[in-house]
Design a protein around this ligand. Structure first.
Ligand code: F6R
Length: 610
């Protein structure tokens, strides 16, 4: 969360910093700011709200410096006001910060006692005064930064400018920070995406590293202040193209990209000759070498993990635990040495999932990261990496990355079922064949967007609460449908296993409550249908998603039920294909309500704080 850009150059930097921040807006969009050093003095421009507001401020009051830092904020400490926006400057230095300083209250008290006056509610300001205190006691910028780093607790990445010094300092602990190497200019950034237009030569700082950047040089130090070198990696910048390509929103574009990215993600994990799942080169331990797979993730990625549990148990007969990363790490789970932990994350940066990965690694687990960003922290920490091939996902609500996770997890389950001999190659071939049709079937579903727009307008946008129910793999999909709807439209929504309704949630049912029922015609269809009738009998309005065989079995048609007829599915293809109607219902409900689809309130795409 929060994005950082810094540039030291021989040319003006302000507009390039603001442009870089626009690319980082997925990390937060509560407020933004930029500061540059001009003739040794730091000038700062900040604004509350989205980056467009900062652009207007900078247009009206330009900054001309050749060294600068910029920040896009997702508020943790202090409201998203201009006064709490970064960079936070005090006449001696200016700081941008991503992360949380856990001992900020203690530092604030100590520094206030020494006469420092705080002007914001941020934890970041404690770093400003801490470094200033060291400068006041005769330290150079380099010494002051190093001393301050030793006193800070928490996870953070920072960029710092000093009055009267033509340099830019950066430091990371817990939050990622990269250096970009340019021609007579150097860059600092939260990730490769922000720096992509400027350079493809990147250096990933390691835990505890800090750096001094000048326009034509850099020096990295480790946590003991010993000079150190880190490798330069070349990252092709065409991996980071960001454009809406004529769609109204990134989310809609990303929904429509699913047929192609699913096809690509699937072909990446199939052997081109045998067409059987192939995860070779992964160093994945043979199944008999481990007892249990622990899958850990957050949010939508956690729902992908829940779906995978059904597949890994059902197809490969493996023992599977699924955890939310924020709980896993502090729950002290019993981890048997040599078990496998699979961490699922679109960004590869989610703080809880990354911390869980480090925890598991420290406890002897073989850690696999299933991520969409090859250069992410999780990809670099894990013992093995499986990449989804969704491309950059800009919309805050995950869509294509989720379905790419599902297709890879389906294929992984098939690969492991071959290893455990729970399935024969012939059986796996049948499943693979069904999966290869998914991109075409998704394409067909995407021709019916108008249906979802109409249902969203007539049945959903006016609702105060909405329930989603399903059984088997469609239970996590019910959770996912509810999450997508609430985060985009701000309507309260909940997902339940259909069989659980009568144990409490059914008390919520009245004529104002739409219930979305996910009911492919599988071995659980009749039971799910009974649950749909139970809520209909209590006055609810039901939107039932099924297939042609299921639809034929629904005899009670009245104006309280809409049946959406999808394509027939299998146990593996159902979650993939039901994902799209759920995404479209959420998208159109938000669109009709007029909420900000790509940047819903209070959220950020990459959640790099606990
Ligand atoms: C919801 C959504 C979030 C993310 C979650 C984890 O639409 O996108 O719930 O799934 O923040 O993010 P990653 O997958 O990047 O670890």
């Amino acid at each position: 969360m929060c994005g950082i850009i810094g540039i030291t150059s021989t040319k003006p930097v302000t507009q390039r910093i603001v442009d870089g921040l626009k690319r980082l807006e997925y990390r937060g969009y509560d407020s933004a700011g930029v500061a540059t050093l001009e003739s040794g003095h730091i000038n700062t421009r900040r604004s509350a709200g989205k980056i467009a507001n900062l652009q207007s401020v900078v247009d009206a009051h330009p900054l001309h410096g050749h060294i600068g830092i910029g920040h896009i904020r997702w508020a943790t400490h202090g409201a998203p006001t201009e006064n709490n926006a970064h960079p936070i400057s005090n006449g001696k230095l200016s700081i941008v910060h991503n992360g949380i300083i856990e001992n900020f209250a203690q530092l604030r008290e100590q520094l206030t006692a020494k006469g420092h006056v705080f002007h914001s509610q941020t934890d970041t300001e404690s770093i400003v005064h801490l470094i200033t205190d060291h400068l006041d006691h005769g330290s150079s910028p380099k010494e002051a930064l190093h001393k301050a780093l030793n006193q800070l607790e928490g996870a953070f990445a920072i960029g710092v400018l000093f009055e009267g010094h033509d340099l830019l300092l950066g430091a990371r602990r817990g939050s990622p920070l990269v250096i970009g190497v340019g021609e007579e200019e150097m860059f600092l950034g939260s990730d490769a995406l922000g720096l992509a237009p400027y350079t493809d030569r990147l250096i990933y700082l390691e835990e505890g590293d800090w750096v001094i950047l000048k326009s034509n040089s850099y020096q990295i130090y480790d946590h003991n202040a010993a000079p150190i070198t880190r490798p330069i990696v070349h990252i092709p910048t065409d991996n980071f193209q960001i454009a809406k390509d004529g769609f109204a929103h990134f989310m809609l574009k990303e929904i429509h990209e699913q047929p192609s990215v699913i096809g690509q993600s699937l072909s990446n994990v199939l052997d081109p000759c045998s067409r059987l799942p192939s995860f070779e080169g992964l160093n994945f331990p043979q199944v008999n070498a481990f007892d249990t797979i622990n899958i850990v993730a957050c949010g939508t990625s956690h729902y992908a993990a829940m779906v995978a549990k059904y597949w890994l148990e059902g197809l490969a007969h493996l023992r599977v635990n699924v955890d939310m990363a924020s709980e896993f790490r502090y729950r002290k789970p019993t981890l048997i040495s040599n078990d496998i932990c699979l961490f699922i994350s679109q960004s590869g940066e989610t703080a809880d999932t990354l911390a869980a990965l480090k925890h598991a690694k420290a406890h002897g687990q073989f850690c696999i990261a299933l991520v969409n960003v090859a250069t992410s922290s999780m990809a670099r920490e894990a013992d093995a990496v499986i990449l989804t091939d969704a491309g950059v996902e800009v919309g805050v609500a995950s869509t294509k990355a989720f379905t790419c996770q599902l297709i890879v997890l389906a294929t992984l389950s098939l690969a492991l079922s071959l290893q455990t001999k729970a399935s024969s190659p012939e059986q796996v071939t049948v499943h693979v064949e069904a999966l290869t049709h998914v991109p075409t079937l998704m394409g067909q579903l995407l021709t019916q967007t108008e249906t979802y727009s109409q249902i969203a307008r007539k049945w959903l946008m006016g609702a105060k609460d909405i329930l989603y129910i399903g059984r088997g793999t469609l239970f996590p999909m019910a959770l996912e449908g509810a999450l997508k709807l609430k985060e985009l439209s701000y309507i309260h929504a909940e997902g339940f296993p259909a069989g659980e309704l009568k144990h409490g949630p059914i008390a919520l049912i009245d004529q104002d409550l739409p219930v979305i029922v996910l009911a492919p015609h599988d071995h659980l269809f009749d039971k799910t249908l009974s649950n749909a009738f139970e809520v209909l009998a209590r006055g609810a309005r039901v939107i039932l998603l099924t297939d042609t065989i299921g639809a034929k079995k629904i005899t009670q048609i009245n104006d309280h039920i809409i049946v959406i007829t999808l394509i027939e599915t299998t146990d593996l293809t159902a979650p993939l294909l039901y994902a799209l109607p759920l995404q479209l219902l959420a998208y159109y409900t938000a669109l009709h309500k007029g909420t900000d689809v790509d940047q819903p309130r209070n959220l950020a795409k990459s959640v790099t704080v606990e």
